[in-house]
Design a protein around this ligand. Structure first.
Ligand SMILES: [Zn+2]
Length: 373
């Protein structure tokens, strides 16, 4: 009989300190999304006892993460309820977006992802120079923060492992750059680094109303995507989940891609390639956009089928994506998937605009530091 090569999965033992971390996150998660609540409300919302909630809230107040403020008049006899909330004004989050072609951008944000201050830097040529520029930008933003910084979130181009090492980012000439450790050493703050599309999808979910099974497709200089299933990021076997840009779409050839193949999704859809075809004027504008939208839909339909996604969000220039391209992509997905279950997948444009990666970087910090998602 064959032996089973796969090691058995370990059942997680719930230790008391894990339970406490979990319960603390549960309290913060409810406050983050519901706003100010009484301890009794929190007990009802979390299913934790009043005693446990009071104990956790007291510890969070000591840590400066929760504040008491305001009362709500009692509906019956008894004392009015004191409300508690996350200390939204007491901390800042720094976000960096290293994915743009022309510049690194960064912001000082509130815990809700509201941008209070911005800075940016040109992208110098060469691996060492671009790393130095990103580090200097992070340090300048920390200096701009007018309250204690909870952490720094970074959306980087390329493939990023779960220790914040950028395994490869060709545009920055980075190979195995330990960006998370470098920035943590330079700023003495907690730092989280992820691929830019993986950051962006978090903004859509935590700071928007995206479904829990959501794919975000970023259309820019390249094409990439970030995926959440049940609200959890999916990274894949090589930290390269979502790298759909060089998937060949169709068997009929197509435009030549920078990677050497023909007919890659990126060759149909990336902004420089699409803009060049529109400017060349060989075909009417609507035909070019319809063609790109159809190719996108062909690439997305199997993902909808395999993953039963609730939502697909496109992020990129609205003048190219909105209208014909989006409508054609949505139509193509529907005609190529199972109508009864997959017709209801929502397909639309992100409302976060150019700040989506910065806001997603803020969510990375919220998630790592407070357990909020
Ligand atoms: Zn390619």
């Amino acid at each position: 009989m064959d032996t089973i090569a796969r090691a058995p999965r370990q059942a997680a033992k719930v230790l008391p300190e894990h339970a406490r971390t979990h319960n603390r996150a549960l309290v913060l998660q409810n406050l983050f999304h519901q706003g100010a609540m009484s301890r009794a409300d929190l007990s009802r919302a979390t299913g934790l006892t009043r005693v446990t909630v009071s104990d956790l809230v007291a510890a969070l107040i000591d840590d400066g993460l929760v504040v008491e403020g305001g009362v709500r008049a009692a509906s019956g006899p008894g004392k009015p309820a004191v409300l508690v909330d996350i200390a939204r004004g007491a901390h800042r989050i720094i976000g960096l977006d290293l994915s743009r072609a022309d510049r690194f951008t960064g912001a000082v944000m509130t815990l809700d992802g509201e941008i209070l201050a911005r800075d940016e830097s040109p992208v110098p040529v060469g691996a060492d120079a671009s790393l130095a520029a990103a580090t200097a930008l992070a340090q300048r933003l920390v200096a701009l923060a007018d309250a204690p910084v909870l952490g720094i979130g970074v959306g980087s181009p390329g493939i990023v492992d779960d220790h914040g090492v950028v395994l490869v980012a060709p545009n920055l000439e980075w190979t195995a750059v330990a960006l998370q450790d470098e920035l943590a050493t330079a700023t003495d703050l907690p730092v989280l680094v992820a691929n830019d599309a993986d950051a962006a999808v978090l903004a859509e979910y935590t700071l928007g109303d995206a479904a829990a099974d959501v794919l975000l497709v970023r259309v820019g200089r390249g094409v990439g995507s970030g995926l959440l299933m049940s609200g959890r990021p999916i990274r894949g076997s090589h930290f390269a989940a979502g790298e759909i840009g060089h998937v060949t779409v169709g068997t009929d050839g197509g435009p030549r891609c920078a990677c050497g193949k023909t007919g890659c999704l990126e060759a149909w859809l990336a902004v420089p390639q699409l803009t060049a075809r529109l400017e060349a004027g060989d075909a009417p504008r609507d035909d070019v956009l319809r063609d790109a939208g159809e190719r996108l839909g062909i690439a997305l339909a199997p993902l909808v089928g395999v993953l039963d996604l609730g939502e697909i969000v496109l992020s990129g220039p609205a003048d190219l994506l909105a209208g014909t391209l989006l409508d054609t992509a949505a139509h193509t997905v529907r005609t190529r998937s199972l109508a009864r279950f997959h017709d209801s997948v929502r397909i639309g444009l992100s409302r976060h605009g150019d700040d989506i990666v910065l806001r997603g970087a803020a969510v990375m910090v919220l998630s790592a530091r407070l357990g909020v998602s």
